[in-house]
Write a protein that binds this ligand. Structure first.
Ligand code: BG6
Length: 466
């Protein structure tokens, strides 16, 4: 039995494009996903979970199930359909209504400004590879800070590393480019600059509330004790974790991070160039982040690999079909005896504990941590409204237990947001990979609490992990 703090947030997470639907309603502008998904012809993001029309019902469910926090994102293209310039009043009003409804219910809201959905007009000009779009993002953020003073917790970006790699390494996000390490590195860097500039603007203008960033941090372990595997895990970690945390908390990249980047670049015929002035922004923002949001679903065991790039994304839930081999970094392997989901995501709760302890040690200027996403994608079965999702409950219990251990060991963790509040659309997996506490019938949009929703309610009420 483990206890969580009295003032802990037991939340549920969503994102605009995955939950709202209504992609062509209310004056919303296009995002690259609209055309990318149409071209692929696998699935569309409409109606998703129709949060655009059903947010009162979803927030009511939060209240009924003891959920005292929600993570949602503003769709940039609802506010500025073209990314900048003309404002769309209907979009602006929509988020006022959502925020009011949540406030009336006493639900804390964490608002993300960018969750994978750059407006298409800006995306087509190079997304964050184009530095003009850093300015556009900062202007959009400023507009939101002034328009929504009621927001207590702002997040600049959701998951910079998956954006860069899914767009330019795996090719599963638009524009669908594979194995371009130069683009990956420049996208990571430019988005960190956009984050840093936004934090500096927020603090220098004295806006109310807190601001932070959400990073996807998946712990890396060597597949064996061999020096080659230890080095491969170091390289994978450097690109996916150290790079982002150094830029967030150290005012720039450490020597080890840059050495790793150079090695990765040499193996991939890639290069990078970081303008000097960016480091002035990093230096100013390094102690200004009020919190770090961590999305953590899995860990990776990494083996040395020097063959050709070979990544296959398991987007169907056929266990064993995923593979990840990157030249000059490593191969992420399936470790014998460890459990993984049907989408090949390794279940390894120790990874969360190790990650938190490392942040406490290596980045002691972090102020607070929220687990902003954790959860289990699962093919739920619907039996006359009864959804028994025991594997998901086991997953959450184990990860929350690791979290409680980290708190006991002195890490300042203040909340947990389960991905996802209700079933939502999954970017590269569509609708059969479900994560929600509430089952959504995507035909009728009816919501049904799963067994995990009742379990989570009890957890939120007792603050005790049994
Ligand atoms: C995170 C994202 O990467 O993982 C979410 O922030 C996403 O938007 C979630 O849905 C789960 O990923 P997936 O691919 O299983 O839907």
């Amino acid at each position: 039995m483990k206890k969580l703090p009295e003032d802990f947030i037991f939340g549920g997470a969503t994102a605009a494009y995955q939950a709202e639907g209504a992609t062509r309603e209310g004056g919303k502008g296009l995002v690259a996903w609209d055309t990318f998904l149409k071209e692929q012809g696998r699935f569309l993001a409409d109606p998703a979970s129709d949060f655009y029309h059903r947010y009162p019902e979803d927030l009511k469910l939060c209240s009924m199930f003891g959920i005292n926090g929600i993570r949602l994102s503003i769709a940039w293209s609802r506010i500025f359909p073209e990314g900048k310039g003309k404002v769309n009043p209907e979009g602006v009003e929509f988020y006022h209504k959502v925020l009011k409804e949540a406030k009336d219910r006493g639900i804390k809201v964490f608002v993300t400004l960018h969750h994978f959905d750059t407006p298409k007009a800006l995306f087509d000009q190079g997304d964050f590879l184009n530095r003009d779009n850093i300015d556009a993002f900062v202007d959009y953020a400023k507009f939101c800070f002034e328009e929504y003073p009621e927001v207590e917790y702002w997040t600049t970006f959701n998951e910079i590393y998956p954006i860069a790699t899914n767009q330019y390494l795996l090719g599963i996000f638009p524009p669908g480019i594979k194995y371009d390490l130069s683009k990956v590195i420049m996208c990571l860097h430019n988005m960190m600059v956009a984050h840093s500039r936004t934090v500096n603007l927020f603090k220098e203008n004295g806006y109310s509330g807190q601001i932070g960033v959400v990073h996807s941090l998946e712990t890396k372990y060597p597949a064996s004790d061999s020096p080659e595997d230890i080095h491969a895990a170091f390289l994978d970690d450097a690109l996916s974790i150290r790079f982002l945390l150094d830029a967030t908390y150290k005012g720039g990249y450490s020597k080890e991070t840059l050495e790793a980047l150079d090695e990765i670049c040499a193996a991939n015929n890639a290069s990078y160039e970081f303008p000097e002035e960016d480091f002035i922004e990093f230096e100013k923002s390094k102690d200004r982040n009020d919190y770090l949001g961590i999305n953590h679903y899995q860990s990776h065991f990494v083996k040395a690999y020097n063959g050709e790039n070979a990544i296959h994304h398991n987007g169907t839930g056929d266990k064993g079909t995923g593979s990840y081999k990157v030249k000059g970094i490593g191969e992420r392997i399936y470790k014998e005896g460890l459990e993984r989901t049907d989408w090949d995501w390794l279940i390894y709760p120790e990874g969360l504990y190790d990650l938190m302890m490392r942040i406490k040690k290596d980045y002691p200027n972090y102020k607070a941590i929220y687990i902003t996403e954790n959860g289990m994608g699962y093919k739920d079965t619907f039996d006359h409204g009864i959804i028994m999702d025991k594997p998901r409950i086991d997953y959450i219990r184990k990860y929350m237990s690791s979290l409680a251990d980290a708190i006991d060991a002195g890490v300042n963790v203040k909340g947990y947001f389960l991905w996802s509040l209700m079933d939502v659309f999954s970017w590269s997996n569509g609708y059969n990979k479900r994560y929600g506490l509430f089952f959504v019938d995507f035909e009728t949009q009816e919501r049904y609490p799963k067994e995990s929703a009742y379990w989570y309610k009890q957890l939120a009420e007792t603050k005790t992990i049994l």
